[in-house]
Design a binder for this molecule. Sequence first.
Ligand SMILES: C=CC1=C(C)c2cc3[nH]c(cc4nc(cc5[nH]c(cc1n2)c(C)c5CCC(=O)O)C(CCC(=O)O)=C4C)c(C)c3C=C
Ligand SMILES: [Fe+2]
Ligand SMILES: [Fe+2]
Length: 371
Amino acid sequence: MPRFKGEPDYRHGSPERTGVLLTNLGTPDAPDRPSLRRYLREFLWDPRVVEVPRPLWWLILHGVILRTRPARSAESYEQVWDTMGEGSPLMAISRRQREGLQARLEARFDGPVTVALGMRYGRPSLAEGLAELNRAGARRILVLPLYPQYSGSTTASTFDAVTRELRSWRWVPELRFIQHYPKDPGYIAALADSVREHWAAHGEPDRLVMSFHGVPKRYLLQGDPYHCECQATARLLAEALGLPEERWQVTFQSRFGRAEWLQPYTDATMQALPGEGVKRVDLICPGFPADCLETLQEINDENREYFQAAGGETFHYIPALNDRADHLDALAELAARHCQGWPEHAGWDPARAEAEAEASRERAHALGAER
Ligand SMILES: C=CC1=C(C)c2cc3[nH]c(cc4nc(cc5[nH]c(cc1n2)c(C)c5CCC(=O)O)C(CCC(=O)O)=C4C)c(C)c3C=C
Ligand SMILES: [Fe+2]
Ligand SMILES: [Fe+2]
């Protein structure tokens, strides 16, 4: 078995492609206990996610968490599974995002481009996505993690896994990695349009709450820019909507474990707002480019209940950008900007490329005949 992965049938003069690896967090294979156990074991063992010394964490993870959480999480996943007709909503949406991005980049680039999907946990894995790009002949790869706000727990974890996989390749590609896009004008405009459309159909709330996935507060104190990037996105969205200070706020959801996470917490805020006279709240999750368990179940079910149980009257969840055309346009623009300077992108000449490939094939044949 060779030490490095290669393609033994490489053909001289194969046309070179740009590959885009679209990545997200990933999802379990099914909403059942064994699948959740597998998924959570991979996810929660990632040192970028949980920064507790390994021996101690191994005991807690295997002794406590993996005995209790899979059943509870499976129940939550069960509630959202197949709501889009294709198993996990995150996977269903990710597939549509991949297709939409492929179509847009094909139309935009001069040369051949392949967009593949890879998930940090579960399947298709990042290694499978990279292998697909390799089979397609991608010699230049742009990694686009669908995390608009950078966090070590998500973006850097994706970087780790991508580079770990590439270290096992014989012929490594040219690599670019989008680290974040919290202030991207296309992304902010798509968010603002989605809110305006919601308000045109349903009227405006007393308060727009922008809920982001939380991380332990310790990560912020140790230099993770995630908190600031969430605030930046929220401020730009509020500005685009022309909202005054008292009509919007930022909260953080999905706390995990006992340590303090970024505050204010979304659930505590939903319980408190009715007491402050907020009768209608609209909740949007700008850090989730695709709807998933954390938005559909935790926000749209659990937090709706908290708000209403505390005396709130009307609760609206504004869906993620998912496969909205303006969202995919913004992602295509972002990807194209990061591919600048690559041959397929600027002045790529298919006729010349084919002539060069043909010449290279002929040279290879001639060499073969000489031997
Ligand atoms: C949007 C960015 C995300 C950050 C930042 C993030 C940090 C983070 N998450 C956990 C623990 C869990 N997250 C879970 C689900 C989940 N998380 C994100 C995104 C971010 N996580 C998404 C998109 C999803 C949903 C996936 C889906 O299949 O729909 C889960 C699993 C579900 C559960 O059991 O509750 C856990 C666990 C930590 C510890 C963390 C930062 C340190
Ligand atoms: Fe998470
Ligand atoms: Fe900050």
